[in-house]
Design a protein around this ligand. Structure first.
Ligand SMILES: [Zn+2]
Ligand SMILES: [Zn+2]
Length: 239
């Protein structure tokens, strides 16, 4: 046995790996850090609108675009958000968002990358995490979307770019759709030039999608032709 293997076996004996959700000891943890039962039990959407991720009836046929996106699409690119934002998925997002859990970032990014690899026919040329304002970053010490973006970048071998800046005082957590849409469009500004023509924006949860739409429009004004929206979770209904 090599020294490294011995080291990890000893660590594992002292601090055994446990499932992210049920805390059962897992002998040989999968990359998603859950036991087989919990991983397969995480609620996932089956059929979703390709532009906004809204769930669609599973007997649906055609081009998989919801009624709202027929006239006013969230993005003209592909939205991927596989997990229903409820129960365990909420716990994982809270662990990432409020406790800086890198293990939660790993589990959530695995669920997302699994769906990206089975759905996306064309990967973007760069990943862009949803920015938080510098004051919020200073207070919290990290940006949860950046944690997810790093996991995805490693998993999908894609570069991360930071072309967006977010103004302070524009946090939308808990706001209704009307309140969010009443926010001025200039929440985000562009801080980099020479952007690739195809980018994926990363956030932890899509609720109304207003934040992502604002970022997407800002990137489009900077010349980006296609913006995909990636988040591990989506609300099952609009707020
Ligand atoms: Zn489990
Ligand atoms: Zn839609």
């Amino acid at each position: 046995m090599s020294l490294t293997k011995f080291f990890y076996k000893t660590i594992n004996l002292l601090l055994p790996d446990t499932c992210m959700l049920c805390r059962m000891v897992v002998d040989d943890p999968a990359p998603h850090l859950c036991c087989t039962h919990c991983w397969s039990s995480l609620a996932r959407f089956e059929l979703q609108c390709r532009h906004c991720g809204r769930p669609l009836p599973t007997d649906g046929v055609g081009d998989l675009i919801c009624g709202a996106c027929q006239t006013n699409p969230l993005t003209l690119g592909l939205t991927i958000a596989p997990l229903v934002y409820a129960e365990e998925a909420v716990d994982l997002v809270h662990a990432l968002k409020f406790s800086n859990s890198l293990r939660a970032a790993r589990t959530l990014s695995c669920a997302l990358s699994e769906r990206i690899l089975s759905t996306a026919t064309q990967l973007p040329k760069a990943i862009v995490p949803t920015p938080i304002s510098w004051r919020r970053h200073f207070r919290r010490g990290y940006n949860q979307s950046d944690r997810l973006a790093h996991e995805l970048a490693t998993r999908l071998e894609l570069p991360i770019r930071y072309p967006l800046r977010r103004r302070h005082g524009t946090v939308q957590h808990g706001n209704s759709r009307a309140q969010r849409e009443a926010q001025p469009m200039k929440v985000f500004t562009i801080a980099e030039s020479d952007l690739p023509d195809h980018i994926a924006l990363v956030d932890d949860v899509i609720t109304t999608g207003t934040t992502m739409k604002n970022m997407s429009k800002t990137l489009a004004r900077a010349g980006v032709q296609r913006v995909d929206l990636w988040a591990p979770c989506r609300a099952s209904s609009d707020f």
